[in-house]
Write a protein that binds this ligand. Sequence first.
Ligand SMILES: Nc1ccn([C@@H]2O[C@H](COP(=O)(O)OP(=O)(O)OP(=O)(O)O)[C@@H](O)[C@H]2O)c(=O)n1
Ligand SMILES: C[C@](O)(CO)[C@H](O)COP(=O)(O)O
Length: 267
Amino acid sequence: MSVAVIIVAAGSGSRLGAGLPKALVEVGGGTLLEHSLRTALQVTGLEQVAVVAPTSHLETVTELVHGVRAGCVVHVVAGGADRTASVAAGLAALVDGLGDDTTEPRDDSDTSDPSESTDADPQADLVEPQVVLVHDAARCFTPLEVYERVADAVREGWVAVVPGLPVVDTVKVVDERGVVHSTPPRARLRAVQTPQGFVRSELEAAHASGISATDDAALLEQLGHQVLVVEGDPSAFKVTTPADLVRAQRHTASLSTTPDLDPEAIA
Ligand SMILES: Nc1ccn([C@@H]2O[C@H](COP(=O)(O)OP(=O)(O)OP(=O)(O)O)[C@@H](O)[C@H]2O)c(=O)n1
Ligand SMILES: C[C@](O)(CO)[C@H](O)COP(=O)(O)O
């Protein structure tokens, strides 16, 4: 089954407050977007990637994407006003190839300048992807295993699949005054991450409904689809605040200094 990944990177990063779009913030020798893209490009069966960029930084993102060696077509398109609109823009680029820019497929022996045009049409053999994984650029250290786990479950027949982790805090539902309405049983709660995987045609239908939500799975839930939660990973945390950026810096530092660290072994 052909797989495509949409990386949404069009957010402003207001909570991070870095003075530039969050996906372009650097940590551990690369931007959040580059880290995400490098992992996404290794997904089994991958045929296309759509990178959804801030309108104000389309050129920068295009240059950055050109610098990453890809074995498949990578579209760069402008994002929308919210995350849902940005995913819809990425989805459109995958399906009708109307991206603002497309990088050439490259291999490791290719040393030519990627900005030079060639006669080859990289989109000539493209088919509509059957499986689409939607990923936040901000979850830049999501391990490849999580992508594969999600994609495998979609290939096995699930229409919608999200990675998630058990919640460690007790969660309260409150009313508009902040007064507790109820306490859902914690054992049934999951904090969900990305990439979220979908049968492409159903994700398209969900976006065509015009609903907006904080994740794509919610759109399919509202249309009555069952959504499977598979195991997520602590490394798939979302860089949202300055404290998360410090966590990301520590994460890259720990990867380079303690490759054999086993969290299970810590008493
Ligand atoms: N209009 C938007 C809003 C968000 N995103 C992307 O969706 C992911 C999750 O969003 P979030 O972490 O909330 O990013 P921001 O919207 O940039 O953050 P903030 O709310 O702090 O401004 C990010 O990779 C972000 O770039 C997007 O592509 N388009
Ligand atoms: C999609 C998401 O990362 C799942 O946890 C999350 O809902 C994004 O929310 P944000 O407010 O756009 O950060």
